[in-house]
Design a protein around this ligand. Structure first.
Ligand SMILES: Cc1ncc(COP(=O)(O)O)c(C=O)c1O
Ligand SMILES: N[C@@H](CCCC[NH3+])C(=O)O
Length: 393
């Protein structure tokens, strides 16, 4: 629920726009930091979840690293203040130019997803006279039990190396003089709320370490991200349970001496601090179905159209008797629908609706489809206030 102190701020701005509660972001960051630091875990924020400059700067100011999946994400992370030494670069399709750029910027490590990619990084590192640090992304064949479109670690997904490819990679690496293998990487999917899934991942990692790396213990283990958030009732849990998440790994991973565990959290860090604010343009329909037509569309927030994702919607202008509505946008697509048959207080033209939990994979996935403008962003506090709080100028 949007705190009443923000309501007038929301009315002042041209809709639709993303609203970021920067205090909630900071409280969330403090919670992740505390839970990770106490176990000596390293966090690389997954930039793909939200690459808004102010959000990135705030996250960087807490001392986290960054997990990037394109040259432009590396660039955005660097300009937001993330240290190159804390940047990891993943992705099945890094171009030669992106690899060249990231190497020139001296990022920490490449997460390699194919045997050919190892050869390309080795060649480019040779040209630059450098030795690139690499970790192998392994497909562990562990089901994330989440939406099929956001499952990444089962056989048949494009991500990571299969056991056969892993054998090939390990055979090849000793001949690649411009690379140094430092460890391995996993990421099995997103929006995972069942801790048993992470337990299974930890056990699978133990097996793979014993099978492939018993004689060559590696200093680096990255278990990816994936911790989910409460979309149906965000007010009940504005901050995900990071303690439970990290302790699942802590109690199940068997680590060789000196190995440090890294994470790449995205959604859990930023989802709940953002919402999409939209105005009701029209209310239409008949006795069978009523539609609330809003001025935000699937180009502003694509998750419902793409994954049937649920985002709680609140009418912050009305407290009248509830009625059932479909909440739809102006785009010429039937899937341009934010919610089917939900109860809202009786809604009229001009009401403001907030679509909650939209801080992750919201603004960053927006497009100009139908040649609409991209949504703007409004913040609860100025960046200066945020910086003062963490002691930066
Ligand atoms: C390789 C990798 N790391 C990290 C993430 C971040 O995941 P999440 O936002 O679920 O924490 C993703 C996205 O699923 C990813 O593909
Ligand atoms: N974009 C997706 C998650 C994909 C995560 C990136 N691998 C979502 O909105 O849920």
């Amino acid at each position: 629920m949007i705190s009443s102190k923000y309501i007038s701020l929301l009315h002042e701005n041209q809709t639709p726009f993303y609203f970021y509660n920067m205090e909630l972001l900071q409280t969330t960051l403090a919670a992740v930091k505390h839970a990770a630091d106490s176990r000596n875990y390293v966090i690389h924020y997954a930039v793909k979840a939200n690459a808004n400059e102010r959000i990135l700067k705030t996250i960087a100011s807490y001392g986290f690293g960054a997990d990037c999946v394109s040259g432009n994400e590396v660039k955005a992370a660097l300009s937001a203040g993330f240290s190159p030494r804390d940047i990891v670069f993943a992705g099945v399709g890094k171009s030669d130019q992106e690899i060249d750029y990231a190497l020139r910027k001296n990022i920490f490590c490449f997460h390699c997803e194919s045997v050919q990619e190892l050869e390309v990084i080795n060649r480019i590192a040779g040209i630059q006279g450098k030795r690139a640090l690499v970790a192998l992304r392994i497909n562990p064949d562990v089901s994330a039990n989440t939406h099929a479109h956001i499952t990444t670690g089962t056989r048949g997904n494009k991500f990571g190396l299969s056991p056969t490819e892993l054998d090939q990679a390990l055979g090849l690496i000793p001949s690649l003089n411009n690379l140094r293998l430092i460890g391995f990487h996993f990421h099995i999917g997103s929006q995972i709320t069942n801790m048993e899934v992470f337990e299974q991942l930890a056990h699978r990692i133990n097996e793979l370490q014993a099978q492939f790396f018993a004689n060559i213990p590696m200093p680096y283990l990255n278990v990816g991200g994936g911790l989910g958030v409460n979309y149906t009732n965000p007010e009940e849990q504005p901050i995900p349970n990071f303690e439970e998440y990290f302790s699942t790994f802590h109690s199940n991973l068997k680590l060789p001496m000196g190995q440090r565990v890294h994470f790449e959290l995205g959604r859990s860090v930023v989802a709940q601090c953002g919402c999409l604010v939209t105005k009701v343009l029209y209310v239409k329909g008949d006795e069978l179905k009523k539609f609330v037509v809003v001025d935000a569309g699937m180009n502003d927030l694509i998750r419902p159209a793409l994954y049937n994702a649920v985002h709680k919607i609140v009418n912050i202008s009305s407290h009248s008797t509830p009625e059932y509505y479909d909440v739809v946008g102006p785009i010429c697509e039937t899937t341009d629908c934010f919610a089917h048959d939900i109860q809202l207080p009786e809604t009229v033209r001009g009401d403001l609706l907030t679509i909650l939990s939209a801080g992750a994979y919201g603004e960053v996935m927006s497009s100009r489809y139908n040649l609409r403008e991209k949504p703007l962003a409004v913040y609860s506090t100025s960046i200066k206030e945020v910086y003062n709080k963490v002691g930066l100028t």
